[in-house]
Design a protein around this ligand. Structure first.
Ligand SMILES: [Zn+2]
Length: 294
């Protein structure tokens, strides 16, 4: 098992991988299909995605388990296969990563809200626990909880991972610019509120992912650093704001555009940089080349 925290202590900025969801669709995943089932039915495609990010020079790769919560898998009648699909996701990324690259077991939101009474706390916790245990069993080095918007859900996910595995835990929220010109999650959470809650829950690394591209990430990292000067920060930025052109979703930020923002992002305190929706191995290759300079 590789310690991400120890690698960061060497002082280098590390590069994470790029998009999985948009990449899967490019490889033929149809709308309405379960992405995590592909770990079993299209293993070679998943392995090829993982391998393409290793080949691009990433220090770490995610697993194809973002929607692997039993609560989400229930929509496809796959709730009972949650452990198997998450474990397989980690095994595939481990195979691509070998012994020297880090595997981040990916956990996304459940899609249901505690505050609306759609689910009990215990049921939500158990879902995250199953994912974290399965990802650990499949060989993940750390858990990366992403795209969170609600404090209560993010906290439960961190606790479930910390209390049931010995893995380091990253927790990342998604912020959008508001009409008041500050940044909040869909549930109204500010970067400040996020930092306090998820650190208290035991997260080792704080993150911000998805959203509107690199420019907003610089602002959010600055906001986090105002209240937390020391916890490592992970940034997974989208390739800009998606546009619809001729019925297709296009992400406008090129690898060169993303690479041009890296210096500023590092200066304001980011420790791990990678991509979210719309980013490709070419984006990661450009980030690697740029980050090597610092
Ligand atoms: Zn995204």
């Amino acid at each position: 098992m590789i310690s991400l925290i120890n690698r960061l202590k060497e002082g280098k900025v590390l590069v994470s991988d790029g998009a999985w969801g948009t990449f899967l669709h490019k490889r033929g995943l149809q709308p309405g299909e379960c992405p995590e089932l592909w770990n079993v039915t299209h293993r070679d495609d998943i392995l090829a995605i993982a391998q393409s990010y290793i080949d691009a020079g990433a220090d770490m790769i995610l697993t194809n388990s973002f929607g692997g919560s039993p609560i989400k898998l229930a929509h496809y009648g796959l709730k009972d296969r949650a452990f198997e699909l998450n474990q397989t996701a980690a095994e595939i990324s481990r195979q691509a990563a070998g012994d020297n690259h880090i595997v981040l077991g990916n956990i996304g939101p459940t899609g249901v809200m505690l505050m609306m009474g759609q689910i009990s706390e215990q049921e939500m916790y158990d879902g995250f626990r199953i994912q974290a245990e399965a990802l650990k069993k499949g060989g993940a080095d750390a858990i990366c909880i992403e795209t969170m918007a609600a404090i209560d859900e993010g906290v439960l996910a961190v606790r479930a991972a910390k209390e049931n595995t010995d893995l380091e835990v990253i927790c990342s929220f998604t912020f959008e610019k508001t009409v008041q010109n500050d940044y909040r999650t869909m549930m109204g959470v500010t970067p400040y509120e996020m930092v306090k809650a998820i650190r208290d829950a035991g997260a080792d690394i704080i993150g911000t992912n998805c959203g509107n591209g690199f420019d907003q990430m610089i602002y959010i990292v600055e906001e986090i650093r105002k209240v937390d000067p020391s916890t490592p920060i992970l940034v997974h930025a989208n390739a800009g704001v998606p546009l619809i052109e001729e019925g297709e979703t296009i992400f406008p930020e090129t690898p060169e555009m993303m690479a041009s923002k890296v210096k500023e992002l590092i200066n304001c305190g980011a420790n791990i940089i990678g991509g979210c929706c719309g980013t490709t191995p070419d984006h990661i290759r450009a980030l690697v080349k740029e980050i090597k300079k610092y």
